[in-house]
Design a protein around this ligand. Structure first.
Ligand SMILES: [Zn+2]
Length: 342
């Protein structure tokens, strides 16, 4: 072996060593990277697992809620199995003859039996919250109209600076109406009685929602309501309290009752407002509702207590209106639904 050869071999051996060293280093680096990646993957997996577990716990909770909702619905459904649709409003025969919009006239008698439970008559003198004269101590009206009546009389007296507005007639039983009618026949004759006094059973005074206003002075004497400034005020302002002047000169042909400045009837503020603003008597208003409205196309009424949608129906089952609503029969063939919409 020459010297040159020895040097070459040594160089070659050194090169192999260097290559082996580099390869060794590479393997170490690769191993390190591999180990790092494995560890990293493991920790990511662990995180994912945690997240999944949390999510699945949440899902479990959701399922629980769903399950409880389902069971609540099931219970509700079970409770309503007798009804065809759970979201329907069922209207009863009694409701056709009760409520604030009853039409009682010479064609449609008042249904005493159907109203026996809901009428709730109270003695006016005992129930009144402001002082005003009442013609007879035992006079009664429906409890639900006492507050608006008190407010209306107080507002009238205050506006005119008087204390004269009072009640001359209120609720009448069928026997009392008979006695009134008989007395008018005896005093003024049949024709006059028929013009001013309703046939017993057909008087709006049976409803407990109507009253005749009078003028009462402090010395106990009575005045003429028709000729009083109180009558003018009432005609202009009664609707603010839910009352309408029921029998006007211009509507005698429709109502069948002569002009009466003193007779007022409670129907509720939205209806009184519409009737007042459009000069409709109760017969005309109910006819308008019956012929032009449905649940899909109600009459929109905006008044001082809010906005209302009003419609007539003769169906005994209708989709439940949204929000708060009131039901009144028309006292003949159907129902008026008044839905508060804001
Ligand atoms: Zn009257």
């Amino acid at each position: 072996m020459t010297r040159q050869e020895k040097i070459r071999r040594r160089k070659a051996a050194r090169r192999r060593k260097i290559i082996a060293l580099i390869m060794g280093l590479c393997i170490i680096v690769l191993l390190a990277v591999a180990v790092f990646l494995v560890i990293k993957n493991r920790s990511q997996d662990a995180e994912k697992k945690n997240v999944q577990e949390t999510q699945s716990e949440n899902n479990d909770n959701t399922h629980l809620e769903d399950a409880s909702n389902d069971s609540a619905e099931d219970t509700a459904n079970q409770a309503e199995t007798a009804e065809p649709e759970p979201a329907m409003l069922e209207l009863t025969e009694t409701q056709k003859y009760t409520g604030d919009l009853l039409l009682v006239n010479d064609q449609y008698p008042y249904h005493f039996e159907e109203n026996a439970d809901s009428l709730q008559l109270v003695n006016i003198k005992e129930a009144q919250t402001v002082s005003y004269a009442v013609n007879k101590e035992d006079m009664q009206l429906a409890l639900r109209i006492m507050a608006p009546l008190d407010q209306m009389i107080a507002a009238c007296n205050s506006a005119l600076n008087v204390t004269t507005t009072g009640i001359s007639s209120a609720y009448r039983s069928i026997e009392y109406q008979q006695s009134v009618y008989d007395q008018y026949v005896a005093d003024y004759g049949q024709e006059y009685a028929d013009a001013y006094v309703a046939t017993p059973g057909y008087s709006e005074h049976h409803t407990g929602l109507a009253m005749d206003l009078g003028i009462y002075y402090e010395d106990g004497s009575e005045g003429s309501f028709s000729e009083s400034e109180n009558a003018v005020w009432m005609e202009e302002n009664a609707y603010h309290y839910g009352f309408v002047r029921r029998y006007k000169e211009s509507k005698v042909a429709i109502t069948g009752i002569n002009n009466e400045a003193w007779h007022f009837r409670y129907v509720g503020i939205p209806h009184a407002t519409y009737m007042n603003n459009n000069d409709l008597c109760l017969e005309e208003y109910l006819d308008l509702l019956k012929t032009t409205t449905t649940q899909e196309t109600p009459l929109q009424i905006d008044c001082e207590t809010g906005s209302y949608q009003v419609f007539y129906t003769n169906a005994v089952s209708i989709p439940q209106p949204e929000g708060t609503y009131e039901i009144s029969g028309n006292n003949s063939d159907g129902y008026i639904i008044t839905v508060s919409v804001g």
